[in-house]
Write a protein that binds this ligand. Structure first.
Ligand code: CA
Length: 232
């Protein structure tokens, strides 16, 4: 049995059972909750490693559950929502969720998300995130020197591209919303200027990605934002 423990928050019993069966079959430990209030209580008393959180709960809004958990915990939160609820996903990510799954999702997608989160946790626990040099696959950022390398080659980035890359790198594995990125890179006057952001991501990818059309490092989440993937 893995020591990894997952809190599953879902009021819809068939979906909850499907998730529970999948986790059991893959040797994950888990707890379940069917309401927002009980989710917050379970999270506080059991300190799970990951929270899988359905956004449509009978008592509390899912985003409110995230805010409450975030007031004392950095536990990774993966939200689950229906395809029509993109705006809810964005609110959830801005409130501190790390990732999302869209209903209906496959068992493979669920397991893939959990693996991403496990890798991210491992990375957070190693001191790597605090170090002066960031390494991911061929990509190396020397924060102190302000230099970026891809293999042996130094990349010549503009100040904005560099800021954007560092923001994504520091949050590897986490989906960042357009709003979060534009606010962090340019400040609130540019908030949600998605068109400009898209242009900067495109120029950054041209320098960073061997094949900009099938990016290895920066993943697009259509209508939502971007994420830096951990490259093996
Ligand atoms: Ca629900």
């Amino acid at each position: 049995m893995s020591k990894f423990q997952i809190l599953v928050v879902e009021d819809d019993a068939p979906v909850r059972n499907l998730i529970a069966t999948t986790l059991k079959a893959n040797d994950y430990r888990f707890l379940t909750a069917a309401t927002g209030e009980s989710a917050v209580m379970e999270a506080a008393s059991h300190n799970p490693d990951v929270v899988l959180l359905d956004l449509g709960l009978p008592d509390l809004d899912g985003v409110e559950v995230i805010r409450r958990i975030r007031s004392w915990s950095n536990v990774p939160i993966i939200v689950i929502s229906a395809r029509s609820e993109d705006i809810d996903k964005i609110d959830a990510l801005d409130a501190g969720a790390d990732d999302y799954l869209t209903k209906p999702f496959s068992v493979d997608e669920l397991l893939a998300r959990l693996r991403v989160t496990q890798r991210r946790l491992a990375q957070m626990q190693s001191s790597a995130t605090q170090s002066a040099v960031f390494v991911n696959g061929q990509l190396r950022i020397d924060y102190a020197a302000g230099c970026v390398f891809l293999g042996e080659e130094e990349l010549h980035l503009t100040p904005i591209e560099y800021k954007l890359l560092c923001l994504l790198a520091r949050n590897t594995g986490k989906v960042l919303t357009h709003k979060f990125i534009t606010q962090s890179v340019w400040g609130s006057s540019w908030e949600n200027d998605v068109a400009s952001l898209r242009v900067f991501i495109a120029t950054l990818r041209k320098k960073l990605e061997r094949a900009p059309d099938s990016p290895q490092y920066i993943q697009t989440h259509i209508g939502i934002g971007y994420r830096m993937l951990k490259v093996e």
